[in-house]
Design a protein around this ligand. Structure first.
Ligand SMILES: Nc1nc2c(ncn2[C@@H]2O[C@H](COP(=O)(O)OP(=O)(O)OP(=O)(O)O)[C@@H](O)[C@H]2O)c(=O)[nH]1
Ligand SMILES: [Mg+2]
Ligand SMILES: [Zn+2]
Length: 227
C-alpha cells in the first residue's frame, strides 16, 4: 500500500469558514455586532471589555454580552457576571484558540438565556495567544488587537500576522508608560508598514485614559453596520 499524507488543516479551516458564515448571518439577523478581542495573556482583554461595556451601556444604551474563551477556569466569566454582563464561558481544554463550533454553542446558550435579539454587542474574549486565533473566523464584525506597554514595542515585528489582521489596535496600560522604555515611534513605524488602515488608540483600561476616543470610534462602526 502506498503512503499517503492527509492534510487536515484545509478541511478544518473550510468547515470553520462555513460555520463563520452561518454565524455572521445569524448575527446580522439579530442586529448583533460582534467583536473578537485578541491579545497575549494579561494584556488587558477583560479590563478593556469591562471599561468598554460601561461606556456603551451608560453613554449609548447598548446591551452587551461576553463569550469568554480560556484553556481552563471560569475566572473571567465570573468577573463579567459580577459586573452584570451576561457571559458564557468556553473551556477549550488545552486548545490555544477559539473555533466557530465553540462560538455556535456559546451563542445558543446566550440565545436560550437573555435572547440574541436583546444583545446589541457581543465581545468574544479569545484565548491569550498572538499566533493562531487569526486563522479562525468567528463570524465577527471586528477584530481588536490589544498590546500592552510592558510587552514591548517590538511585538508587531515579531508577530506581524495578528497586527495585520486587526481592524483596530489598542495600546493598553498607557498609564505605566513612564516605567517602561516603550518606543512609540518604532511601534507606529512598524504598524504604518503592516496595517496602516487600522485605527490605533492609546488607552488605559483601568484608569480610563483614551477610552472615550476608542468607544466613540467603535459606536460609529456599530451604527454603520446596522444601517
Ligand atoms: N496599570 C494598568 N494595569 C492594567 C490595565 N489594564 C489591565 N491591567 C491589569 O493587568 C492585569 C491583566 O488584565 P486582564 O484584563 O485580566 O488581562 P487579560 O488579557 O484579560 O488576561 P487573560 O484573560 O488572563 O489573558 C490585571 O491585573 C489588570 O488589572 C491598565 O490599563 N493599566
Ligand atoms: Mg481575561
Ligand atoms: Zn491555536
Amino acid at each position: 500500500m502506498s503512503e499517503r499524507t492527509v492534510d487536515i488543516s484545509t478541511p478544518i479551516l473550510s468547515r470553520n469558514d462555513r460555520l463563520a458564515a452561518e454565524l455572521r448571518d445569524r448575527f446580522r439577523g439579530s442586529h448583533t455586532f460582534v467583536i473578537n478581542v485578541l491579545s497575549s495573556p494579561g494584556s488587558g482583554k477583560t479590563s478593556t471589555i469591562l471599561a468598554t461595556n460601561e461606556r456603551l451601556r451608560d453613554g449609548h444604551g447598548l446591551r452587551c454580552a461576553v463569550i469568554e474563551g480560556d484553556i481552563a477556569s471560569d475566572v473571567d466569566a465570573v468577573t463579567m457576571k459580577e459586573a452584570g454582563i451576561p457571559a458564557v464561558q468556553i473551556n477549550t481544554g488545552g486548545l490555544c484558540h477559539l473555533e466557530g463550533n465553540m462560538i455556535r454553542e456559546a451563542v445558543d446558550a446566550l440565545d436560550a438565556g437573555v435572547g440574541l435579539d436583546a444583545i446589541d454587542v457581543i465581545f468574544i474574549e479569545n484565548v491569550g495567544n498572538l499566533v493562531c486565533p487569526v486563522d479562525f473566523d468567528l463570524g465577527e464584525n471586528l477584530s481588536v488587537m490589544i498590546l500592552s506597554v510592558p510587552e514591548g514595542d517590538d511585538k508587531p515585528v515579531k508577530y506581524p500576522g495578528i497586527f495585520q489582521h486587526a481592524g483596530a489596535i489598542l495600546l493598553n496600560k498607557i498609564d505605566v508608560a513612564p516605567a517602561f522604555d516603550f518606543d512609540q515611534k518604532a511601534y507606529n513605524g512598524t504598524l504604518d508598514d503592516l496595517n496602516p488602515q487600522a485605527p490605533r488608540f492609546s488607552v488605559s483600561a483601568t484608569k480610563g485614559d483614551g477610552m472615550d476616543e476608542w468607544v466613540t470610534w467603535l459606536v460609529d462602526r456599530i451604527e454603520a453596520a446596522r444601517s
